[in-house]
Design a protein around this ligand. Structure first.
Ligand code: ADP
Ligand code: MG
Length: 238
């Protein structure tokens, strides 16, 4: 059984170029749930994720102090061009000087549908396949907290759909923060959805659509929510 942690920020503060991006920002994301973060470009979504990864300095004690190592998946798949798919899945272990668990890595590649591509270099893979390698690498890290920054942006619709399904299934029970610019993706994957707006940034109320994830999106009530979310994101950009 997993014992996931909630994520919180307390009075976070971060100033870029003399203008606060975070000012007295409080935020809490529930344990064991998939939270999707939406908001206009430049609002601070990536910076919020980086704060939880320890990559943005938001003030002493502002980030949950008990936060363990987190798994991170960026929009740019960040695969090492000189390593094959298997080597990329086990990159974290290599960087930490640990012996890689190759059986586990192969099993994860099989789970993302790349059993026969373990020896392929990134340039031999399609964009969707590279993102699947990145997803396998994220899963290899087997962390209770997973941060994903626009992980499926730029993929064609069927590939995105399949990867969303994999992520929902394989990351169930973990505390996941997923940044997306796509309200539909948020409605498909999010137990909770938050919209970020303004500078300094504020988080909107928690929206928790009904139904198990990944949602099929053929429900009219989800369409109404999509329209509402698009409006909120547009207002935040104004
Ligand atoms: N290292 C940095 N130095 C200065 N400004 C930054 C830095 N990182 C981000 N910013 C600024 O902070 C704001 C939020 O950036 P970001 O979190 O990347 O937005 P989002 O992911 O929502 O598009 C933007 O205005 C961006 O230009
Ligand atoms: Mg970003």
């Amino acid at each position: 059984m997993r014992n996931p942690l909630s994520l919180h920020l307390r009075s976070a503060r971060l100033v870029y170029d003399g203008v606060p991006l975070f000012e007295n920002l409080d935020a809490e994301f529930a344990a064991g749930r998939f939270t999707c973060l939406l908001g206009p470009s430049g609002v601070g979504k990536s910076t919020l994720l980086r704060a939880f990864a320890g990559l943005a300095e938001v003030g002493p004690g502002a980030v949950s102090p008990e936060l363990p190592r987190v798994a991170w998946m960026a929009q740019d798949d960040l695969l090492c061009p000189w390593l094959d798919a298997l080597g990329n899945v086990t990159l974290g272990a290599s960087l930490r000087g640990e012996k890689a668990d190759l059986a586990k890595a192969r099993d994860l590649l099989a789970q993302v549908g790349l059993a026969d591509r373990a020896g392929a270099a990134p340039h031999e893979l399609s964009g969707g396949q590279r993102q699947r390698v990145a997803l396998a690498r994220t899963l290899y890290e087997d962390q209770d907290v997973v941060l994903m920054d626009e992980p499926f942006a730029g993929l064609d619709a069927p590939t995105r759909w399949r990867l969303q399904e994999l992520a929902a299934t394989l990351l169930a029970g973990r505390t996941v923060l997923l940044v997306t610019h796509d309200p539909r993706e948020a409605l498909r994957l999010g137990h909770d959805i938050r919209v970020l707006a303004g500078r300094p940034v504020k988080l909107g109320p928690v929206l928790s659509p009904q139904g198990a994830t990944p949602r099929a999106l053929d429900d009219v009530s989800l369409l109404a929510m999509e329209t509402k979310l698009i409006g909120e994101i547009a207002d935040g950009a104004a």
